[in-house]
Design a protein around this ligand. Structure first.
Ligand code: SAM
Length: 251
């Protein structure tokens, strides 16, 4: 079936970015193209994404992930585009962290995933595009928080399609710096998850929640970014033992 997004071309991507206020240089556009082609090539032997057509990657991955930029800017009150340091856990093939890095070259980004084949791909892209200030970590978000170099070190922590918000809040809380945000990229109706996450959010130090809604071009989907603001330190009791947040969420 010829889905509308298959017709979304690189020129459409460029124009869309311009309209949204983040115009990209020729070099950045080239990097996005190389990244998309790398994803297609590696996807033949490593399961990285279900969306394999070039237009679909531009629209449903790149355009989608870039919607975090206006959200981060408005919440952080930052005029320019440097809103980091940023951690993306459960990043998979680099969504949204690597997309944000290509759009904001000054951003300091840490990409974490528990699957080695996915972090191998990320290392390949970082080398291929000669990116600096990107750290790729093969591991779990729960483990990072026990290292001083990562605990409460990130002004922005992000996650897309990783777990329910109650679980994400517990994993992200110990990693977000006081005064920073955790942003969860969610579907059109995150309300039930948000209700379920209230206790976990409060226990790890998040004080309030902001929801931003957006629609992808060509009716490719309605999504939300749920942003949690952290206003106090997280107790050393968090995160709990590996897997506890997933097995018995704090609800
Ligand atoms: N964020 C990517 C995206 O939007 O396409 C990947 C989503 S994929 C459904 C979820 C990813 O989270 C997988 O690559 C998995 O290995 C990783 N993951 C799940 N739990 C994790 C954890 N506790 N710490 C780090 N990575 C995790």
């Amino acid at each position: 079936m010829n889905e509308a997004h298959e017709e979304f071309a690189i020129g459409d991507f460029e124009k869309h970015c311009e309209v949204r206020g983040f115009s990209l240089t020729g070099m950045q556009i080239d990097q996005f193209v190389r990244y998309a082609h790398g994803l297609q090539k590696w996807n033949d032997r490593v399961n990285l994404t279900a969306i394999v057509d070039f237009g679909g990657i531009l629209l449903k991955h790149f355009v989608d992930c870039l919607e975090l930029i206006p959200v981060m800017q408005s919440l952080s009150g930052v005029e320019g585009l440097t809103v980091g340091p940023l951690l993306d856990f459960g990043t998979g093939a680099g969504f949204p962290g690597l997309v944000l890095k290509l759009a904001i070259p000054d951003l300091s980004v840490t990409l974490c995933d528990s699957l080695r084949k996915r972090t191998d791909f990320l290392e390949h892209v970082v080398d291929d595009l000669a990116l600096s200030d990107v750290t790729v970590i093969h591991g779990r978000a729960e483990e990072l928080a026990s290292h001083r170099e990562y605990r409460e070190q990130f002004l922005q922590v992000v996650a897309r399609a990783v777990a329910r918000l109650s679980v994400l809040a517990e994993l992200a809380g110990p990693l977000v710096d006081v005064g920073g945000f955790f942003h969860a990229m969610k579907g059109p109706s995150p309300e039930t998850e948000m209700d379920d996450a209230r206790i976990a959010m409060e226990r790890v130090g998040f004080s309030h929640t902001v929801v931003n809604r957006y629609s992808l071009p060509l009716n490719a989907g309605d999504h939300t970014v749920v942003s949690l603001y952290k206003d106090r330190h997280t107790s050393n009791r968090f995160p709990r033992k590996m897997g506890d947040a997933q097995r018995s969420p704090l609800v």
